[in-house]
Design a protein around this ligand. Structure first.
Ligand code: SF4
Ligand code: SF4
Length: 180
């Protein structure tokens, strides 16, 4: 559990939170256009849209580490995941994010790194990892800004996302973190 001083957030946290919400709102509209537009991938888009529209969320929005300490969803939302530093520290996704995170299909990715440069730094979710490009779902708001810039359309919704692999966590706030 985060220390007590993590809540209430200070003014800077609130400001960043509001900026993220605005950024996400703008991107959500673009993402909706993408999801409901021409089917780029052939299958699955309609079912996915229904699932997202129904507000389905992955049950592992909160890590075991946090749910072991905090009982209710409201309490969780109150103390964690409000800025990137907290998400990295606690390895949790912001519980207020309604969109599923995205994932990169590694067998299709051409490693151009364009998506890395377009992920907003307040989320900072995409990294080079060995020969792959990866998205840490705990840091991905689902804003969709990486979608239109991918030249091979290999970024997909990850509704059934699981936690990031342990060795992926070396990247955020690491020496080669492109977002700091
Ligand atoms: S990985 Fe894509 S969808 Fe996720 S936060 Fe970054 S730009 Fe947004
Ligand atoms: S933009 Fe697409 S092809 Fe390029 S690194 Fe990102 S996921 Fe891979």
């Amino acid at each position: 559990m985060l220390p007590a001083e993590a809540w209430p957030p200070d003014a800077a946290d609130e400001e960043q939170d509001q900026a993220e919400e605005k950024d996400r709102g703008d991107a959500d509209r673009e993402r909706e256009r993408q999801l409901h537009g021409p089917d780029r991938n052939g299958v699955g888009r309609h079912a996915l849209s229904i699932a997202l529209g129904a507000g389905l969320a992955h049950p592992r929005l909160y890590t075991r580490r946090v749910t072991s300490d905090i009982e209710t969803g409201d309490a969780i939302a109150a103390v964690i995941g409000r800025n990137r530093a907290e998400r990295v520290e606690a390895r949790v996704r912001n519980p207020r994010w309604k969109q599923a995170p995205l994932r990169i299909e590694m067998s299709e990715c051409i490693n151009c790194d364009t998506c890395i440069r377009h992920c907003p730094p307040q989320f900072g979710a995409i990294f080079n990892h060995e020969i792959d490009v990866i998205i840490l779902p705990e840091l991905c708001s689902g804003c969709g800004k990486c979608l239109p810039v991918c030249p091979v359309n290999c970024i997909y919704d990850d509704v059934a996302w699981d936690g990031s692999a342990e060795d992926w966590w070396q990247h955020p706030n690491g020496p080669e973190d492109p977002y700091v």
